[in-house]
Design a protein around this ligand. Structure first.
Ligand code: SF4
Length: 393
């Protein structure tokens, strides 16, 4: 995709975005290149407040479950995967996944985000059996699982279309699809970081299109700072906005920066907080058709994550009961629900827990019964995440 450069001054572009006039990918590129951090933040905050309640910031309680770290791909930015046959490779049993779900419920959680490496030996029936079993055991839990690279691999293995695979997963209990594996939706970059074969930019978009055609909502993500420059980021934003125009199926846009420890790309310079906040703000200004934008405290730390609420984000994402992918690359943060609410309050917003697809807000009264029922599942490791505070209504 070739970007048409923008010759418009930055203040004109900002005025358009704030006023509700759509800006071009060339404009977004110009903002990324020349925009002033504070001006971008102020403009993005106005747009955020047009899409969302200005007084509220949301979050959710779910858990990342990486059911396997075995992967046939070798993305250069990934510190998480282990090749097939490696001694450190694992595949969780259904009971182990169940225990993690029960602990999530004990912490007032409403769902799980489950994705793996791309394990070469797992047929479609593995995924459908797992979903059906979890649906049966935990009917109240939202199952957000299996990102586009997994869907593509299953489709190739089973000689099925993306649409057919997603249909079978949905039938078995899948409720939405995470936007993992997008990184930068520009094929030159994907080839450079060895992410092209797991899904090209067009394949990633098409899998999301097929999910939306099934009525499944999905998230859109962007992972940047791999030395790709600014133009591919604008291209990525364009692709996401275009598909949202077509289907309306994305619930949220979530971006974060490449974490390089233990990866094959440790020589790539770190992306600092100013660039993160700028990119967040430009995302909010450009993507005028996705309601929710998350700030990434998991990669930026709690304080910058909190600041993101003033740079276009309306949601802090999930508390992290467990996270394996970013932490494998050297960045590990944890947060209890109470700390999440404290961070949001101290940034000047009313904190509200939401459901996984942002359909509604959740109170602790609603989650209390399941939290009590599964309190035995709390591990010593995560006991500090349980709330000692009274129920918030
Ligand atoms: S990013 Fe995903 S697909 Fe790529 S190597 Fe890591 S686990 Fe495999």
């Amino acid at each position: 995709m070739k970007l048409a450069p923008s010759n418009r001054p930055v203040d004109r572009i900002l005025a358009d975005a704030v006023g509700g006039t759509r800006i071009s990918a060339g404009d977004a590129h110009k903002l990324l290149r020349e925009g002033d951090l504070i001006e971008l933040g102020l403009a993005a905050n106005e747009v955020r407040n047009r899409h969302n309640d200005p007084s509220v910031a949301t979050y959710n309680v779910d858990r990342n479950i990486n059911y396997t770290n075995v992967c046939v791909y070798k993305c250069r930015f990934c510190a998480f995967y282990r090749p097939p046959g490696d001694d450190e490779g694992y595949l969780l049993s259904t009971d182990e996944i169940g225990r993690k779900i029960e602990e999530t419920l004990a912490l007032n959680g409403t769902g799980i985000l489950m994705q793996g490496g791309v394990h070469p030996d797992l047929p479609l029936s593995y995924y459908t059996d797992l979903l059906a079993e979890l649906r049966e055991r935990y009917p109240d839990v939202h199952l957000h699982a299996f990102s586009p690279p997994e869907v593509k691999f299953i489709a190739r293995k089973e000689r099925m279309s993306f649409y057919e695979v997603i249909g079978a997963l949905k039938e078995a209990g899948l409720m939405s699809i995470p936007g993992g594996g997008a990184e930068i939706l520009s094929d030159d970059v994907r080839k450079e970081v060895l992410a092209y074969s797991k899904t090209s930019a067009d394949e990633w978009i098409d899998i999301m299109r097929q999910a939306h055609a099934h009525g499944l909502r999905t998230s859109a993500t962007m992972m940047y700072g791999m030395g790709e420059g600014l133009e591919p980021r604008a291209e990525h934003l364009q692709r996401v906005r275009d598909l949202q125009d077509e289907t309306g199926g994305f619930t949220a846009f979530i971006s974060w920066t490449f974490q390089h420890d233990h990866t094959d790309m440790q020589d790539v310079p770190e992306t600092f907080a100013d660039e993160y906040l700028k990119t967040l703000a430009v995302s909010r200004l450009f993507i005028d058709n996705i309601t929710h934008i998350q700030t990434s405290w998991v990669t930026q730390g709690k304080k910058i994550g909190q600041l993101g609420l003033q740079f276009g984000a309306d949601d802090m994402g999930s508390i992290m009961i467990e996270e394996n992918v970013v932490s494998a690359a050297g960045t590990a943060y944890r947060m209890s629900q109470d700390e999440m609410e404290h961070l949001i309050s101290s940034a000047g917003y009313t904190p509200r827990q939401r459901t996984n697809l942002y359909e509604r807000l959740v109170t602790r009264e609603e989650t209390a019964e399941l939290a009590e029922r599964y309190s035995h599942a709390l591990t010593a490791q995560n006991r500090d995440l349980a709330s000692p505070l009274p129920i918030v209504t």
